[in-house]
Design a protein around this ligand. Structure first.
Ligand code: GTP
Ligand code: SPV
Ligand code: MN
Length: 590
């Protein structure tokens, strides 16, 4: 074994004292043996193998169902490196504190060594990690979400260039739960959780928190973005990356099925990624993106044959479901919004008997599936996976989209006026919080570039890094903002969303090609209502005009929030963004 990996393993075996140590080689036999073991111990439930071949259900503890932002730390030498938006721990103090928690934490358990690659093995974009874990669930999920095993060790050779990851379930004690990233040391340590984003370290811990720092140092970007290919009837392809906060529609947009009229003309959407993009400047001066993941860890509730048939199809084999409802009639799974036929006999995500119409002591409906229940599905299962999914050189971006959940304020779509203005638009993003992280849901907060919980360094430097990309690239994508979530006076979404978002992508691509005009507003360019194709939709042009309207008074209120947020960064706030804010204020007062 690589001597650096060996040393890393030896040190942590001594610390965590597992009974056994197993190297994950990536073979199907080894994974199958682990599935069998997990079923025997009750860690996973084997589902109906005729209807859902290779599929399993797993339930986490009710106190461990989402990312825990309050217990997620960036651990660096100095606090300034982590910046004002991250929880910070001084790194030596963090190591000392964590070591106490890991001491003997794997007693009587097996430590699994998972060598994994983020990005196709051997791609110039790719990076390697080693995660040590005492959870079979983590091994089996990482086997879907990343490339794992011997081939990764072969690629690593005798290099020391890998991210050191340690995870222990320990006692799943929420009071002692820590998700710590040490970007200066390429190290991740998470403990006392067994839930997705906290423990599948390839995902948010590495591919965003550590990688964003690496990208800052090395001149590339790690972003919370989907990547899609839009194939036009003439066969040309345009690529779009989009950053929306957690549970705000990335998976859905990445896999959308265009409305009938577009399908008949020959338009297609191809999925490159649904959550994370690593972006580098290519030889031709354009930005190229890869999806560093190999699967989807997608939100289950609301996923159905109408809203996202491609995601649903992706989950019909070799998938692990977490915290959904078990239909005990046929040993399959169910969640709110899957269909209108909830199972008659079922077990809810907590493991209790469930039936439709159940209410708790306070009379509130009991959910069958947790609102943040998820599926872990292999990307190759996706019917619309892009032929460029494994392209080691990535795909060239024509447009970048930012967006969030805003009941009012933000219009359906607008285009920024320049790269700097686009970075400003990303930096002022705000969105209602969702069940993807523990804490209150539906509260509007600033979430720049959808990276608030994921930026591994000072966000002021992160903004500057975005601005600096202009000097590194010769042809930059245009930057847009979208909002699928405007509501009417009754709180209902006005825009139909999902597949119909194609109509907005169509306008965005036309703008990139210089094929359509736009109206200038205080915040940027919005479409002329007649340029958004409404054919086959139950929405009239006046409703659309409402969706596209920019209310200057509302934006003036929003500017107060932006000022407040920007203050946090002190002199780390790039001058160009301050100038953009001043320009916005002037525009609003015109
Ligand atoms: P993470 O995996 O947490 O990063 O989330 P994501 O951005 O991939 O979110 P996802 O696509 O899974 O969407 C989450 C929720 O948003 C689901 O409940 C969807 O039903 C809802 N949603 C997605 N797209 C739309 C849309 O266009 N309109 C409306 N109204 N809801 C949407
Ligand atoms: C998110 O919360 O943005 C997710 C799910 O994609 S998790 O992997 O838990 O972070
Ligand atoms: Mn995400």
């Amino acid at each position: 074994m690589n001597k650096f990996v060996q040393k890393f393993v030896d040190e942590n075996v001594e610390l965590c004292q597992p009974e056994k140590v197993v190297l994950i080689d990536g073979s199907e036999e080894q994974l199958e043996a682990l599935r069998k073991e997990a079923v025997e111990t009750g860690e996973m439930i084997k589902l109906n193998q005729e209807l859902l071949p290779g599929c399993y259900l797993h339930r986490t503890l009710p106190n461990d169902v989402a990312r825990v932002e309050g217990r997620t730390f960036i651990c660096t030498e100095k606090q300034e490196t982590a910046g004002p938006t991250n929880n910070w721990l001084q790194k030596d103090e963090a190591y000392a504190m964590l070591k106490e928690l890991y001491k003997g934490s794997m007693k009587g358990r097996t430590m699994y060594i998972i060598p994994y690659s983020m990005g196709a093995v051997g791609s110039p974009f790719s990076k390697i990690g080693i995660e040590l874990t005492d959870s079979i669930y983590v091994v089996l999920n990482m086997a879907i979400m990343t490339r794992i095993g011997q081939k990764v060790l072969d690629q690593l050779g005798d290099s020391a260039d890998f991210v050191h990851g340690l995870h222990s379930k320990a006692d799943i004690d929420p009071e002692k739960r820590y998700i710590c990233q040490f970007p200066e040391d390429n190290t991740i340590m998470s403990i006392n959780s067994a839930y997705g984003g906290n423990v599948l370290q390839g995902k948010k811990c590495f591919a965003l928190r550590i990688a964003s720092y690496q990208g800052w140092q090395e001149g590339w970007m790690a972003e919370h973005m989907l990547i899609l290919g839009l194939k036009k009837p003439n066969g040309e392809k345009r690529y779009i990356a989009a950053a929306f906060p957690s549970a705000c529609g990335k998976t859905n947009l990445a896999m959308l099925i265009p409305p009938k009229e577009y399908l008949e003309k020959g338009y297609e959407i191809e999925t490159v990624g649904d959550d994370i993009a690593w972006i580098r400047v290519g030889k031709d001066g354009r930005l190229y993106a890869i999806n560093p993941e190999n699967g989807f860890f997608g939100v289950a509730p609301g996923t159905n044959a109408k809203s996202n048939p491609n995601a649903l199809a992706s989950t019909r084999k070799n998938t692990i479901f977490t915290n959904v409802c078990l239909n005990t009639e046929n040993n399959t799974v169910w969640w709110e919004g899957l269909d209108k036929n909830p199972p008659k006999n079922a077990i809810d995500w907590k493991g209790n008997p469930w039936h439709e119409g159940m209410v708790d002591e306070e009379g509130k409906p009991v959910k069958a599936a947790h609102p943040n229940s998820r599926f872990t599905a292999p990307a190759i299962n996706c019917p619309c996976i892009s032929p460029d999914f494994e392209n080691p050189n990535g795909v060239p971006l024509d447009a970048i989209i930012f967006g969030g959940r805003r009941a009012k304020t933000a219009p359906l779509v607008y285009e920024s006026k320049s790269w700097e203005n686009g970075v400003f638009v990303g930096s002022i993003m705000a969105s209602e919080t969702t069940a993807a992280a523990s804490g209150a849901v539906g509260v509007v907060r600033r979430d720049p570039m959808a990276m608030l919980p994921f930026c591994g360094y000072n966000m002021g430097d992160y903004f500057a890094h975005w601005l600096d990309m202009k000097g590194k690239a010769t042809k930059l994508p245009k930057i847009f903002n979208v909002n699928w979530f405007r509501t009417d006076e009754n709180g209902n979404f006005i825009w139909p969303g999902f597949g119909d978002n194609m109509r907005v992508l169509d306008w965005i691509i036309k703008r990139c090609e210089g094929a359509v005009d736009a109206t200038e507003t205080a915040i940027g360019y919005v479409p002329k209502a007649e340029d958004i194709n409404l054919n086959g939709l139950d929405i009239d042009i006046d409703t659309l005009k409402g969706l596209l309207s920019v209310d200057n008074d509302m934006w003036k209120k929003d500017v107060e929030g932006i000022e407040e947020f920007y203050k946090k960064f002190g002199d780390k706030l790039p001058e160009a963004l301050r100038a953009e804010l001043d320009a916005l204020k002037a525009n609003l007062n015109k």
